[in-house]
Design a binder for this molecule. Sequence first.
Ligand SMILES: Cc1cc2nc3c(=O)[nH]c(=O)nc-3n(C[C@H](O)[C@H](O)[C@H](O)COP(=O)(O)OP(=O)(O)OC[C@H]3O[C@@H](n4cnc5c(N)ncnc54)[C@H](O)[C@@H]3O)c2cc1C
Length: 431
Amino acid sequence: MTTTNHSHSASSARAATPSAPFGTDVTWTNWGGNQSATPAFTVRPRNEQEALDAVRFAIREGLPVRAVGSGHSSSPLVQTGGVLMDMSALSAITGTDLTGRRARALAGTTINAFGDPLWEQGLALGNQGDIDKQQIAGALATSTHGSGKNLGSFSSALRWVRLINGYGEIVEIGEGQLRELRAAQVALGTLGIFLEVELAVEDRYYLQEEITYPTWAETAATWQADIDGNRHYSFLWCPDDDSCELLDLPGSPGQSMANRSYTKRYNIAQVKDEREISRTEGARLDRSYRIYPGGFTTPFHELEYFVPSEHGLEAVQAVQDLIRTKHSDQKYPVEVRWVKADEGYMSQFQGRDTTVITLTTEPGTDYWPFFRDADAVLQEFEPRAHWGKIHFMTRSRLERLYPELDTFIQIRREFDPRGMFLNDHTRALVG
Ligand SMILES: Cc1cc2nc3c(=O)[nH]c(=O)nc-3n(C[C@H](O)[C@H](O)[C@H](O)COP(=O)(O)OP(=O)(O)OC[C@H]3O[C@@H](n4cnc5c(N)ncnc54)[C@H](O)[C@@H]3O)c2cc1C
């Protein structure tokens, strides 16, 4: 691995206030506009030393600390009245290893900043989600995922991390410390401040896109064949004619989209010459990282639940029935994806191959009755929830759904005995 060296000096413990640029009256608001906070200090470290100074300052002053990535989570993960660490300046690919298929990056590197530099080294991320604006540490903290039954989330690819713990020390967790690594893979920002991460990546690859618009009956009839037969398969079921437009997706020309799916299949394609690249809508052929992100630019609020994939079809039908019978005002498409089981203690995919069901709603409307009813109808499938989206998880639900919850909490306390990296939301879940 070719890497960049970092160093820090011990004298920073004596700094009076954070050495990084900071403000004391900065109100933070997330992308979706449903979460905000006015921390005592908002700090934007430009290097490891400044990040370390900020944490040591917080320890001395008895202030809690939370990090913020790109602010794309709609659950109350980021809020703090203490020190908010804006990690956006810590952004760079710091190393690649073609033989070992690894890439290192600073924690604030956005997913879209991996594309070109990795490609130039013959590498690519193994999978990506619907957008690529998140910072890598933010995506890891909530187990952000794409779709593909044999593909894990970003968190499942984490192999090493360098972080600041609750003692104000920089520590590293690698594959030699599997117990801790599985806690770090999905940590909700509660182990400490991630500075740099290493991910398992793949040889670079091209993807051929295929967009189709089957009826719901056709979607259900080819359910398993589509999941098994494509590297990436996902669909958005449309309850209404105008559903696609709500997510900036093209509908099917000349056909009603009501009770039809916008279906995405991506498969690996051989490209000898980049003049073969095609940007034709619905049939694009391009480098992998240019195919994944699309649409989803207008703010919305989401609830996303994860059910064992053997119950996927039944669970989607339960949600469709709910919309048809009780919430016919809900017009956004219902997105359905697949993710491979993994081992992160707090991963929503821990120990189970998963079907992901995403319900999208309009900011400013009263979507709570819909979300509460969806939560209720999905309970029989033992759903876990996306940590970065609206959810109704409680400690008692976690005790039932996450077999390694106690191990995670024990490790969290080892890294942060005073709980300085908790806020009210995470304290209730994993404090
Ligand atoms: C339009 C849109 C599309 C989306 N698409 C998908 C998708 O396809 N698949 C999917 O799974 N999710 C998706 N999401 C959800 C999103 O990926 C997650 O909410 C993700 O966590 C956001 O990353 P972020 O960088 O914005 O982090 P933030 O929301 O800013 O933070 C998330 C968590 O990460 C922690 N954190 C951030 N940086 C650090 C650090 N350096 N050290 C320690 N902790 C840190 C924060 O404290 C917080 O707990 C989408 C969200 C939106 C708004």
